[in-house]
Design a binder for this molecule. Structure first.
Ligand code: BG6
Ligand code: MG
Length: 219
């Protein structure tokens, strides 16, 4: 029986992709690196350090680890500042309604995000109270596609993976869920999350009714 839900943050609860894009673009322009929206898509779900390495590979750049960390910090400073403008109006349509519904039905709810800024994002949205457990980029060392963040969240909820449904918008996030036998809901296009157990174009369609209808033997 399903008792818990684990949510990715960026692209599921709120859309931060544009803010990440603007921050990476600023760093790339300063460094004279090529960076566009297609490349930004490849960063969906992966950690900050993995992201900068993808951008550097794309530009055939290699730098000392220390320099890479400094540049990633520069990008993060830009990103964190942009979060100041995020408000409780910035949930993706349907996300707040689903979280409210899950709480009212008594399910356990956890965050399973790769972001080290998850607490700030939740605070800006006024969403912290929806979560029993917060798993973020500071909770585990291996990031998606490793299943560690979801295992951390399910263990803290006291539930085995087979009793949890993971919501993810990233290809590597669905890979992570499947790697440890979590049920998965993909949010986004077929070519990105078509390997999830069930897929919706947006969070608006991903109501508890629709999710229960799909996994009907598990409720
Ligand atoms: C993920 C985003 O949620 O968090 C990625 O999808 C991002 O794009 C990653 O790189 C790490 O975020 P942060 O806030 O720790 O730089
Ligand atoms: Mg995401």
């Amino acid at each position: 029986m399903i008792k818990g839900f684990i949510f990715d943050l960026d692209g599921v609860i709120t859309d931060t992709a544009e803010l990440h894009f603007a921050a990476w673009k600023k760093l790339s322009d300063d460094m004279d690196w090529q960076f566009d929206r297609d490349l930004n898509e490849k960063l969906r779900g992966i950690s900050r350090m993995d992201s900068i390495k993808v951008i550097m590979d794309h530009n055939n750049v290699s730098l000392k680890e220390e320099t890479i960390m400094e540049l990633a910090t520069q990008k993060n400073d830009i990103y964190v500042e942009s979060l100041d403008h995020m408000t409780p109006e910035d949930y993706l349509p349907g996300a707040k309604e689903l979280l409210t519904h899950l709480r009212s039905e008594g399910f356990s709810v956890a965050l399973g995000s790769a972001s080290k800024n998850a607490e700030k994002v939740l605070k800006q949205l006024n969403a912290t109270h929806y979560f029993d457990v917060i798993g973020d980029g500071n909770s585990v060392s291996r990031s998606k596609p490793a299943p560690d963040i979801f295992l951390y969240a399910s263990e803290k909820m006291g539930l085995s993976p087979e009793r949890c449904i993971v919501f993810e918008d990233a290809e590597k996030g669905i890979d992570a869920a499947k790697a440890s036998n979590f049920y998965s809901v993909g949010i986004g296009p077929e070519e990105r999350v078509g390997h999830a157990d069930v897929r919706f174009d947006t969070m608006k369609e991903a109501t508890l009714f629709e999710v229960k209808s799909h996994f009907k033997d598990l409720f």
